[in-house]
Design a protein around this ligand. Sequence first.
Ligand SMILES: Cc1cc2nc3c(=O)[nH]c(=O)nc-3n(C[C@H](O)[C@H](O)[C@H](O)COP(=O)(O)OP(=O)(O)OC[C@H]3O[C@@H](n4cnc5c(N)ncnc54)[C@H](O)[C@@H]3O)c2cc1C
Length: 359
Amino acid sequence: MSAERYDAVVIGGGPAGSAAAYTLAAAGKTVCLIDKSEFPRDKLCGGGLTFRSKRAFEQVFKRQWKAELINSSQNVSFFSHGRFLASYKGPGKIYFTTRLSFDHYLLSLAQAAGATLKLGNAVGTIDIERQSITLRSGDEVTFSFLIGADGVNSLVAKTLFGRSFDPTTIAFALEAEVPRDRLPQQGDLVEIDFSAARWGYGWVFPKQNSITIGIGGIHRLNPDLRNRLDRYFRRKGLDSREFKVKGQHLPSGDYPVIPGRSNVLLCGDAAGAVDPISGEGIPFAMQTGAAAGMAVATALSRTAGRGALEIYCEDYRNVIAPLRKGKFWRCLIYPRLLERLFAWAFRCEPIRKWILTGD
Ligand SMILES: Cc1cc2nc3c(=O)[nH]c(=O)nc-3n(C[C@H](O)[C@H](O)[C@H](O)COP(=O)(O)OP(=O)(O)OC[C@H]3O[C@@H](n4cnc5c(N)ncnc54)[C@H](O)[C@@H]3O)c2cc1C
């Protein structure tokens, strides 16, 4: 059987992969998106969408997002070691979604734009020289360009660089979904505890039908993360053993200088595009995915005169500029010595506003 050939193959159907496939298909290129899961599929995530995510979605997918997939809050309380620090009430909103529905929605937009989907089919091997991918099913797909949007354990990054992330800088997070009737007083209150984990934090995110409780921080500094999660749950009057706790790495701020090699581009978690302080990754996934897609589409047009990677690197540097700043700021927020100073500063309204909004 002869292999199917595409202008571009995208591996991964999360926000990065869907943004890349949507952008390529909308530019009239042939693109095949491969994901090992059937969709809708879940992905461990707080599902928190900031204004940055909203703006990125609108810029990439050229529409407002489907309101029924999203709930919002303007009501946030901040804690340190369980002690109340301050609260923040609007005007800005924080949005929440479930990745089960949000990612399925983004994927449907990529498909409607013309992307071919191959779901429930993991990539087995990648042969970069031959520009070919063999799926676990045995099918072969060939490409002119390959976009690795396959998440934190990226096979594409491993194929290029021998590993997908640096184990000394990576973060790890644990999370569980709690039914709303177990925390009837929570309402739309969002909670952040800066000391729930070392070089990380704890979160309580109210969703439409459940409440996500989690903690995460730099992996090597939190060997006791499960105990910390248990304590965090106890503060909410809950026993974490009653809920399904799951864990995953977050490549927070662990981005390569050059996100790819020759005709292979990395985006989203596969390119370490996650905020080093907040762990926010969805907007950067959509932005880097779209930038990778656009770079490939431009390189495929005869007038480009530059390679896709060269074009992508320029946009990628702009997208990850806030991550570079975040790497600097987290050295002032998270060290133990500065913890009290940060808590004191955070109680002051003007400083808090500046930290949260940059104004
Ligand atoms: C506990 C936790 C909480 C988080 N909370 C938030 C939050 O509240 N807000 C926020 O903005 N970010 C959050 N993040 C970060 C966010 O989840 C990621 O940054 C985001 O999902 C990255 O998107 P992506 O498309 O790059 O990768 P992913 O969403 O991970 O998608 C990768 C896709 O690739 C597929 N894949 C992988 N390997 C293969 C293979 N070999 N073959 C085929 N398919 C493959 C997978 O099935 C998957 O669908 C959180 C992360 C964690 C771990």
